[in-house]
Design a protein around this ligand. Structure first.
Ligand code: FEO
Ligand code: CA
Ligand code: CA
Length: 707
């Protein structure tokens, strides 16, 4: 039930769009305390929109100031001192693109590359799935189709077979403003709620292609195809399973949960399963106003989506459902190879707004999982398993996350406090750096937090970390381990409310975010001490005095802001996707390569830009295949039904806004593959184009570089 429709569109605090803030995070950033603004129902908003439409129809119809993208309005190149942008090195050779203005509704890729969609929101997954019918969505149809707002992504080819593989993607949240017409919301409110619930979760989708380097196509009815949604049964594991804190009237055992929500970044484990973090779960619940609920951002007002009007469990004031929100905010594990398997929620990894779940094996064979809690002034965590990995024993390995120790990070700087002045000026030792400690919060046997039981530490992990003096960070987003150098990279996306700085969070009002590089002592991921250094202070070097790129010349890098997801190529270079550049530096969100080693350490080179209002998610770098994959999330987020700001990826009806009943055009969050078309990967120029896209328009305007 949406309290504001189009009038709220805009940008908040120079960052993401207001719609994104409301629907993705429940306004986590702009509201440090729970949002107490009034809420309207879906129906009320829909009725208001219909009235407004009727009024407009009396005049100029729906030609309401919609500017369709496609006009390339790139900023002038300012990347090199020789008049040419430096070429990207490594196996994936490319010339960095110029930053792309935020209004461009296109995917922009380097010269010699093209792009196409692999699968889009609504594409049918099963042989008997209904075709996508945007005007008649139901829970049943959504449960059989690719979900909305894809975030985490991995693309995996089957061992030794270049022509078969699968992808795993999650679906973080829904945007009912552009998924449904106001008329449909008014006439079918429960179908809208059910379609929303079923459009969350994850998808596992079989893929095929003609050979190495070619574009992947999804296989309808593939063996592994599966939707996991907001109602899929999960099994709870770890020490809090069966706790009174997890019991409800629907699940008196405290071990069975329906669904996963707001799944953000994640990771593929060494044993082949997928970990996915439940992030901003708070926004789906109406709470009781307890201190614990407040610490997690659960409000007491009706929610934006109003699921609680149809399902009692989303209203925590209902008797017997007080604990339902305790059953979200976990790391979930899914076995993509077995579509009949019951996915699990791992309580020993703690409950918070999990941004990521990256598992790595230490040299001793222990599984280590890093995860960030994406909230301003929240923390960075890691888990170390008690048992060790056994090659080929998936059953054993899937139990690794049930026994071990959960830690939270405390950062110590090595420069005098007076030298950390909040401006980004480097301290006299030349670096924002220092050491850190992993503070134990709990093991499978005991709590390490005075005054809190083991179950309480796991269910109220934020409060436990508060007590233990963890370092409040500038919104820890993705945290990943570099498979080449073994270091850990954490994206701190921004924190405009940062006032008291420390050496690990050194910018007052940190608008553009930063990236920290952690080195575990002795290179051992099980260590309880680490060293750290800030790799990047993001920003547009043309205007930002604090922008810093590990000492690399500022005038030679691509502008970058709001680092979110991180990934690595086969040579160990870091790839960083962004979420929020349009609102901070005016450019479309992007994917950048960052060199880590040698004299070019800190060199940022932009590889692509995503369409209007979209965020770049889930980068996967297959440089040996000359391919890069991204999830294009929330294209056209600032639009509304009938007045879209993006028509990605099919660009149907680009001449103007659609009328209900027309061949409906709307933006569709999609998995995109960027592939080389110069012929050096076995794909001749043009062949990719024929394969690209699934819709009538193929990939439409995606014709590669515009410069
Ligand atoms: Fe879902 Fe923190 O991004
Ligand atoms: Ca220092
Ligand atoms: Ca994210």
């Amino acid at each position: 039930m949406f309290k504001r429709l189009l009038p709220m569109a805009g940008h908040t605090r120079g960052n993401r769009s207001a719609v994104t803030c409301e629907l993705k995070c429940g306004n986590a950033c702009s509201n440090p305390v729970p949002n107490t603004s009034g809420n309207e129902t879906f129906q009320q908003v829909a009725e208001r929109a219909i009235s407004r439409r009727a009024a407009l129809a009396g005049g100029t119809g729906l030609a309401a100031a919609v500017v369709i993208g496609g006009q390339v309005a790139q900023a002038p190149e300012a990347l090199a001192d020789n008049g040419r942008p430096p070429r990207g090195g490594g196996k994936l050779d490319f010339e960095p693109i110029a930053p792309v203005m935020r209004t461009v509704d296109d995917v922009t890729v380097p010269a010699g590359y093209d792009w196409g969609t692999i699968i889009r929101w609504g594409d049918p997954l099963f042989a008997d799935s209904p075709e996508f019918d945007i005007e008649h969505q139901t829970g049943a149809s959504a449960a059989a189709q690719f979900g909305y707002n894809c975030d985490y992504l991995n693309v995996i080819s089957d061992g030794g077979n270049d022509r078969r593989g699968y992808l795993v993607s999650n679906h973080e949240y829904t945007n009912e403003y552009i998924m449904f017409s106001p008329e449909y919301i008014a006439s079918h409110p429960k179908d809208v709620v059910d379609a929303g619930i079923q459009s969350h979760g994850l998808s596992i989708v079989d893929l095929e292609r003609t050979g190495k380097g070619a574009k992947w196509e999804y296989v309808r009815g593939g063996r592994r195809n599966r939707r996991i949604t907001g109602t899929t049964p999960f099994r709870v594991t770890g020490p809090a399973a069966g706790s009174d804190l997890l019991k409800t009237v629907e699940d008196p055992t405290g071990t069975r949960v329906l669904g996963t929500l707001n799944n953000c970044a994640g990771g593929t484990t060494p044993w082949g399963t997928v970990l996915s973090g439940e992030e901003n779960f708070n926004q789906y619940f109406t709470g009781r106003g307890t201190a614990e609920e407040k610490r997690y951002g659960i409000g007491t007002k009706p929610t934006s989506r109003g699921w609680e009007n149809y399902y009692d469990r989303f209203d925590l004031t209902n008797e017997g459902y007080e604990n339902e929100a305790h059953r979200f905010g976990w790391i979930v594990e899914v076995d993509p190879e077995d579509p009949t398997s019951t996915p699990v929620k791992h309580t020993l990894l703690g409950r918070f707004k999990h941004e990521a779940g990256t598992a790595v094996l230490s040299e001793s064979g222990h599984a280590v999982v890093y995860s960030g809690d994406d909230e301003r002034h929240d923390y960075l965590y890691k888990f170390v398993s008690a048992k060790t990995y056994r090659a080929g024993d998936k059953k054993h390995n899937m139990s690794l996350l049930d026994e071990g120790t959960l830690y939270v990070a405390k950062f110590h700087g090595d420069s005098p406090e007076r030298e950390i002045d909040g401006t980004g000026t480097l301290p006299s030792d030349g670096a924002f750096d220092g050491w850190g400690e992993w503070i134990a919060l709990a093991s499978h046997k005991k709590s390490y937090v005075p005054g809190m039981s083991l179950e309480e530490v796991l269910v109220f992990t934020r409060l436990a970390a508060d007590k233990m003096g963890a370092t409040a960070m500038d919104r820890p987003e993705d945290v990943e381990t570099n498979p080449v150098n073994g270091k850990v990279y954490a994206a701190l996306t921004n924190n405009t409310k940062r006032t008291a700085v420390d050496e690990a969070n050194p910018i007052v009002g940190n608008r553009d975010g930063h990236v920290i590089e952690l080195t575990e002592r002795r290179g051992d991921h099980t260590a309880t001490r680490f060293n750290w250094v800030i790799l990047l202070l993001a920003g547009d070097p043309a205007v930002s005095s604090s922008a810093y790129f590990a000492g690399y010349p500022k005038e030679l890098v691509s502008p970058i802001s709001c680092p979110d997801n991180v990934a690595f190529d086969s040579e160990g270079s870091l790839w960083v996707s962004t979420d929020g550049q349009p609102g901070t530096i005016g450019y479309a969100d992007a994917l950048h390569k960052v060199t880590l080693d040698g004299p070019e350490r800190g060199r940022v080179q932009q590889f692509l830009a995503v369409p209007r209002d979209a965020e770049t998610c889930g980068p996967v770098i297959h440089d040996r295949d000359n391919s890069v994959f991204v999830n294009v999330q929330h294209p056209g987020e600032d639009g509304m039904w009938g007045a879209h700001t993006s028509y990605f990826p099919d660009f149907l009806n680009p001449a103007g806004p659609v009328q209900v009943g027309d061949d409906v055009a709307a933006p569709r969050p999609s998995v995109v593959q960027v592939f080389n078309v110069t012929g050096n990967n076995g794909v001749g120029k043009g062949s990719g184009k024929e394969k690209a896209g699934k819709g009538k328009g193929g990939h439409g305007k995606g014709k590669g570089p515009k410069n």
